[in-house]
Design a protein around this ligand. Structure first.
Ligand code: ADP
Length: 363
């Protein structure tokens, strides 16, 4: 029987468990054996009990659980070839040559590197007498399929990543809570949200809660943003608004790439706009809790597609990543999606914000 393993890696995201459940059950449905690799690439490098067979009932109740029940980690040794060599050996010892990874762009890059190296890893395992040619013979090709699990919605070529809508919902709930107290006291609140170098969470949270001003990395404010922001805020107040909400993405900066911090914005609102201002950093609350209905659905549909992609793969097909494109589940070449994602960060670094926005728009 074919053995398919699933792993979660990098930052956790609500909905990852739904993906694990769908992959395990779909693999069993197609008469394969399902395995889970615990604790991300750490588990692959450690092997043994970290790679466990999963039966149908082992993933019962996973769909509504937040985080990842099979664990995730950042694994230093997988960046180096010796770590990947041990990982390859562990996979062959378990009879696994297909790995579905739910993680961010880092995890997916690592996975594709692993696949590209696979034949030479097997050769080295045989040459160093760690495995025999006979052991390796049935496992000549490594199948990699990616699912994007990330609250940031920062991968190109997919409209939504698993976890981003749960995180957005949580951020909106938190801002709604802040709103009531802000309105009562006529206060201003500066809210910092996650997203690394992606402004999606900040922008969508701002749109969804009617924020007064939003700072995102892809579209930094004009040179004299300090005055402009205070003007906007004062104008809203003059129209009778009793509260002010400014959202700052964690990667926000000005046109010179100088970080715009929540305290900086708070000081401006206090001193220049004369508002009683507080800072609220939402932090890890944004990652936690149960996945919303959309993420459960996305994880399930993509998990199903991932298993199909494994079973249809040939040595010639490039590793796919399962995407959501205009409401359809589609496969895209994993490396292209990662390369496109890197282009956004590069454009920001080069202060080419027009290109950064265009690339994000095209996503
Ligand atoms: P994310 O997947 O959320 O972007 P990271 O970038 O931290 O998170 O990647 C998660 C793990 O994937 C890393 O700890 C490492 O084990 C592996 N990884 C990431 N990038 C690479 C790479 N270029 N080569 C090999 N492994 C990598």
């Amino acid at each position: 029987k074919r053995r398919i393993a699933v792993m979660t890696s990098g930052g956790d995201a609500p909905g990852m468990n739904g993906a694990v459940r769908a992959i395990v059950r779909m693999a069993i449905h197609y008469d394969c054996e399902a395995y889970a690799v615990y604790e991300g690439y750490d588990g692959l490098v450690q092997g043994g009990d970290m790679i466990k067979e999963m039966k149908w009932e082992d993933v019962r109740g996973f769909l509504g659980e937040g985080g990842t029940l099979i664990g995730t980690a950042r694994c230093m040794s997988f960046y180096e070839r010796p770590g990947r060599l041990t990982a390859a050996k562990n996979m062959i010892l378990k009879g696994i040559d297909a790995l579905i990874i739910c993680g961010g762009d880092g995890s997916l890059t690592g996975a594709d590197k692993f696949r590209a190296e696979w034949p030479s890893l097997l050769e080295e395992l045989v040459n160093t007498n760690q495995l025999t040619a006979q052991d390796c013979q049935p496992f000549q090709h490594l199948n990699i399929v990616g699912l994007v699990g990330s609250i940031d919605n920062d991968l190109s070529m997919t409209d939504a990543t698993i976890g981003c809508y749960s995180s957005l919902a949580r951020i909106c709930e938190a801002i709604d809570s802040v709103d009531t107290t802000a309105t009562s006291h006529q206060r201003a609140f500066v809210i910092e949200v996650m997203g690394r170098h992606c402004g999606w969470l900040a922008l969508m949270a701002g749109v969804s809660t009617g924020a007064d001003y939003i700072f995102i990395p892809e579209n930094p404010p004009s040179e004299n943003w300090q005055d402009e922001m205070c003007e906007v805020v004062k104008r809203h107040r003059a129209k009778g608004k009793r509260k002010t909400i400014v959202i700052v993405a964690e990667g926000a900066h000005d046109q010179n790439l100088t970080k715009i911090s929540p305290t900086m914005v708070k000081d401006l609102l206090s001193q220049k706009a004369g508002l009683d201002t507080r800072v609220t950093t939402l932090g890890h609350v944004q990652r936690g809790g149960t996945p919303c209905a959309y993420d459960r659905m996305l994880a399930t549909l993509q998990g199903v597609e991932a298993v199909k992609a494994v079973l249809e793969a040939t040595p010639e097909t490039p590793s796919p990543v399962i995407c959501m494109v205009e409401n359809k589940i589609e496969r895209r070449p994993l490396l292209e999606a990662v390369a496109q994602t890197k282009k956004v960060a590069e454009a920001i670094e080069a202060k080419d914000f027009q290109t950064a926005m265009k690339l994000r728009d095209a996503e």
